[in-house]
Design a protein around this ligand. Structure first.
Ligand code: HEC
Ligand code: HEC
Length: 227
C-alpha cells in the first residue's frame, strides 16, 4: 500500500511530513487539515466520489483531453495538497476552484488515495522532441543552473510519492507546458504568498524561469511518452 511507501532520500521534505501533524496539533484544538491523506483516506470511498471528476480527468484518472491533467498514479500527498490549494484559491483556477470548494477534508483524502492507486495508461512522445527532452530530464543544464528533473521526479517519472513531488510519467504534454509557463510567470499560484501556502512550490517557481520554450516543449514531450 502507498502509505508504507516512505521514501527517505529527500530528507528535508520527509522530515517536514513527519513534523507537520505535530505542529498543526499544537497550534489549534480544532481539527486541522490532515497533512497526510493516508491517515483517513479510503480507496473505495474515493472511487465513488471520483465519478464527477472522471468527466474531465478520465476513467481511473487517465484523461484523454490534453488540457486536463492525468491523476492516475499521482502522489496522494501531492493531490491532497493541490486540492486544498484550489479550495483556498491559492492555486488560481476557475474550473477547479468551485469543484474543490465542495470537497471536505475526508473527500480530499479519499480521492487522493484512490487516484494514487490507479495506473497511468501510456501516451506517445513526439519523435522530434523527446531525445532533447530526455537529456534535460536526466542531466539538467549545469551552465544555466537547471537541475536534473530526475533528482526529484524520479528515474521513471513516478515522482516522490511520500514527499509529494508529483509523478510526471504519461502526463499530458499540453498540460505540463501550461504548468511550466505558469510557474515561470507566477500565474500558477495567486498572490505573492505561494511559497508560504505551498513550500514545495518554491522549487518549480525557481526552476521553470530558467527553461527556454524549446526545453519546455522537449521535456514535456519526453515525459508524455514515459511509461
Ligand atoms: C470541468 C473539468 C474538470 C472537472 C470536472 C474536474 N477537474 Fe480537476 N482539473 C481540471 C483542470 C482544467 C485542471 C488544471 C488546472 C490548471 O491548469 O492549473 C485540473 C487540475 C486538477 C488537479 C491538479 C493536478 C496536477 O497535476 O497538479 C487535481 C488534483 C484535480 N484537478 C482533481 C480533481 C478532482 C478530485 C475532481 C473531482 C472532484 C476534479 N478535479 C474535477 C478540470 C476538471
Ligand atoms: C528539487 C526538486 C525538483 C526538481 C529538480 C524538479 N522538480 Fe518539478 N516539481 C517539484 C515539486 C516539489 C513540484 C510540485 C510543486 C508545487 O507544489 O507546485 C513539481 C512540479 C512540477 C510540474 C507540475 C506537475 C503537475 O502535475 O502540475 C512539472 C511539469 C515539473 N515539476 C517539471 C519539472 C521539470 C521539467 C524539471 C527539470 C527541468 C523539474 N520539474 C525539476 C520538484 C522538482
Amino acid at each position: 500500500m502507498p502509505n508504507t511507501h516512505r521514501v527517505g532520500w529527500m530528507g528535508r521534505a520527509a522530515a517536514a511530513l513527519v513534523l507537520a501533524p505535530a505542529l498543526a496539533c499544537a497550534q489549534t484544538a480544532a481539527a486541522p487539515a490532515p497533512s497526510t491523506p493516508f491517515a483517513t483516506g479510503k480507496v473505495a470511498s474515493g472511487e465513488a466520489k471520483a465519478a464527477l471528476c472522471s468527466a474531465c480527468h478520465g476513467p481511473q484518472g487517465n484523461s484523454v483531453n490534453p488540457d486536463w491533467p492525468r491523476l492516475a498514479g499521482q502522489s496522494a500527498v501531492y493531490i491532497a495538497a493541490q486540492l486544498r490549494l484550489f479550495r483556498a484559491g491559492v492555486r488560481d483556477n476557475p474550473t477547479m476552484k468551485p469543484l474543490a470548494s465542495a470537497l471536505s477534508d475526508q473527500d480530499i483524502s479519499d480521492l487522493a488515495v484512490y487516484y494514487e492507486a490507479q495506473t497511468p495508461s501510456g501516451l506517445e512522445a513526439d519523435p522530434s522532441y523527446w531525445k532533447a527532452g530526455e537529456a534535460l530530464y536526466v542531466s539538467g543544464d549545469a551552465a544555466r543552473a537547471v537541475p536534473a528533473c530526475i533528482a526529484c521526479h524520479g528515474p521513471v517519472g513516478r515522482g516522490n510519492l511520500a514527499a509529494g513531488y508529483p509523478a510526471l510519467r504519461a502526463q499530458q504534454s499540453v498540460y505540463m507546458i501550461k504548468q511550466l509557463n505558469d510557474y515561470a510567470s507566477g500565474a500558477r499560484y495567486a498572490g505573492g504568498d505561494a511559497a508560504h501556502a505551498d513550500p514545495n512550490s518554491i522549487m518549480m517557481l525557481t526552476i521553470a524561469k530558467r527553461l527556454t520554450p524549446e526545453e519546455i516543449r522537449d521535456v514535456a514531450s519526453y515525459l508524455q511518452g514515459m511509461r
